[in-house]
Structure formats: structure tokens, C-alpha cells
Design a protein around this ligand. Structure first.
Ligand code: AMP
Length: 172
């Protein structure tokens, strides 16, 4: 990477369609290959039941978190991630509907960003243990909005059940 502003950033990955494990592995490789970006850490992969707004059954989700260092601006990173979502054929039919690949910027350094396309820290992250548990695995000391310890946030969502199922590349 060239000299310049380098930011530690956390990215959330999720999939419940079209071979979710392959979707996550492919996305991780492509994120590691993004320009001006370096992959630092990967969580394990976690499995959980889908949240749904209606009674339609959905496949379980696989989720993980990556830590990267990047010289991309937050909007450049969002553009790059949305391009990857599109390349992997994300189905964007309805809110909380089934999706091939969902990529979220969870944290971008310690910046607070609030523009029409981007809210960072991610607005829902503190309510989702499928984000908080993998994040805690790679950065146990991290504090999120309001300087709250991640363990406390996880306990607030203790009714959400999920299991660590695999490592990246599919090993159990
Ligand atoms: P979703 O369907 O929940 O993945 O939302 C996608 C939309 O959220 C996109 O239009 C993004 O511009 C917007 N968005 C806002 N904040 C973020 C964020 N922190 N990471 C990714 N997308 C975001």
C-alpha cells in the first residue's frame, strides 16, 4: 500500500443463498484482493436462523467478520463492496429477504459517518449477535458506540442463538 491515511476497518459478511460457505470464501478472497487494502484477520464462520418479517421459511445464515487495513475512503470501500455483492448475484427483492451475499461496513476506524448511503458504526450492529460474536472473536477489547464493551452488548441479545460452525475455506 502507498503511504497515506491507513484505517482499520471491520466488514460483516452474510449469506443464506447459493452455497453460503462458498459465497463467504469467495467474498473474503476478493476483499483481500481489493486495491489499497490488506486483510488482517478473519473470524470463524457462524450459523444462525434467519430473521424474517413473514412466515416464509428461509435458509439459515452464515456470517463472519473481517478486519482489514485500507487506504480507501469509506465511500470507496462501500462502492467496492457493493460491486462484489453485485458480482456474486445478490438478490435484492425485499428487506430482510433471502440474499446471496451481504457486505456491511461495521466500523471504519473510530469515525462516525452519517450520509445518505452510509451509516458507520453500522446502525444495527449492536442488536445482532451474528455480528458481535465474530467481531469479539477477532477484537475482544473493542468498544462500540457509546464506548460500551462488546461483551455487554452480546449479553443484551442473549436470546439470539448461533453457533460457530467453520473456519474460512470450509474446515469444521
Ligand atoms: P442492506 O439491504 O441492509 O444491506 O442495506 C443496503 C443499503 O444500506 C445500501 O444502499 C447502503 O448504501 C446502505 N448502508 C448504510 N450504511 C451502510 C453500512 N455501514 N454498510 C453497508 N451498507 C450501508
Amino acid at each position: 500500500m502507498n503511504a497515506g491515511l491507513i484505517v482499520d476497518c471491520y466488514i460483516g459478511l452474510g449469506s443464506n443463498q447459493a452455497e453460503p460457505l462458498q459465497q463467504l470464501n469467495m467474498a473474503r478472497e476478493k476483499i483481500a484482493a481489493l486495491r489499497a487494502t490488506r486483510l488482517l484477520q478473519s473470524s470463524s464462520i457462524y450459523q444462525s436462523e434467519a430473521f424474517t418479517l413473514d412466515d416464509e421459511p428461509q435458509n439459515d445464515y452464515l456470517n463472519a467478520v473481517l478486519k482489514v487495513q485500507t487506504q480507501l475512503s469509506a465511500i470507496q470501500l462501500l462502492d467496492a463492496l457493493q460491486q462484489l455483492e453485485n458480482e456474486q448475484g445478490r438478490i435484492r427483492e425485499k428487506r430482510w429477504g433471502a440474499r446471496t451475499l451481504d457486505l456491511d461496513i461495521l466500523l471504519y476506524g473510530d469515525q462516525k459517518i452519517n450520509v445518505p448511503r452510509l451509516t458507520v458504526p453500522h446502525i444495527e450492529m449492536q442488536n445482532r449477535n451474528f455480528v458481535l460474536l465474530p467481531l469479539q472473536e477477532i477484537s475482544p477489547q473493542i468498544k462500540i458506540s457509546g464506548n460500551v464493551a462488546i461483551q455487554q452488548l452480546i449479553e443484551n441479545n442473549r436470546n439470539q442463538v448461533l453457533q460457530k460452525v467453520k473456519e474460512f475455506n470450509g474446515t469444521a
